[in-house]
Write a protein that binds this ligand. Sequence first.
Ligand SMILES: O=C(CO)[C@@H](O)[C@@H](O)COP(=O)(O)O
Length: 231
Amino acid sequence: MQFEEIRQKAYAANMQLPQLGLVLFTFGNASEADREKGVFAIKPSGVAYEELTPEKMVVVDFDGNTVDGVLRPSSDTKTHAVLYKHWKAIGGIVHTHSTYATAWAQSQKEIPILGTTHADYNIVNVPCALPMDDEMIKGDYEAQTGFQIIHHFKQHGLDYNEVEMILVGNHAPFTWGKNASRAVHNSAVLEQVAKMAYITLQINPQAPQLKKALIEKHYQRKHGPNSYYGQ
Ligand SMILES: O=C(CO)[C@@H](O)[C@@H](O)COP(=O)(O)O
C-alpha cells in the first residue's frame, strides 16, 4: 500500500472520532500529513466509520488534488489543504460537528475562559470566525473556509501553534496539531470545554472569566518548559 504510514495514522484518528462521541454518522473527518512528500491522507466523503479501512483513505496534495486513492475525498478536503499550505508546522487536522462546540459555532460566539480546564489548553477564548458572506459562499466554499480561519487568526494576532482550535460561525469546529492524534485530542478537549462553559453560564449567566494570573499558571504548567506539551 502506497503512503502506508499516513493512511494508517489518518485511519486511526478517524476511528477515534465516533469512539469519543465526537461524530454522528459521517459528520466529520480527520487527516494526517506527510510534509516531505507534500501530501495528506483524509477520510473519503460519506463513508460510514464502520466501513472505513486504511486503504480507503484518500491521499491528496496541498491543493486538494487526489494523488492516490479511488474514493472521493471528504468534502472538507480543500479546507484541510488551505490550512496545511499556510500553516507549515501542523501535521494533522480534525473537523467534527460535536454537539456543544457546534452549538457555540452556530451561535457565533467565542467560548470564554471560565475555568482552569480551558486554561490548560488555551490562554485566550476559543475563537469563532465570522460566517461567510454570499460572494465567498458562491466561490470555492471549502477553500474559503480555510482562508476564513487563517484570516481570523491574522486579524486577532493569534498563533496557530498556541491556539489549536477554532469555531467557524454557522458551521462547526476545526482543530489541528503536530499530528492527527493530537488534533483528535484537541477536538475532545474543545467539546468538553464547550459543554462546561455552556452549563456554567446556565447556572450563573454572570460567571466571571478566569483571572489572568490563573490562566498563565495553568497554561504554563502544561505548555511551558519541562511540561509534557512544551517538549
Ligand atoms: O461540514 C460538513 C457538513 O456540514 C461535513 O464535514 C460532513 O458532512 C462530512 O462530510 P464528508 O463525508 O467528509 O464529505
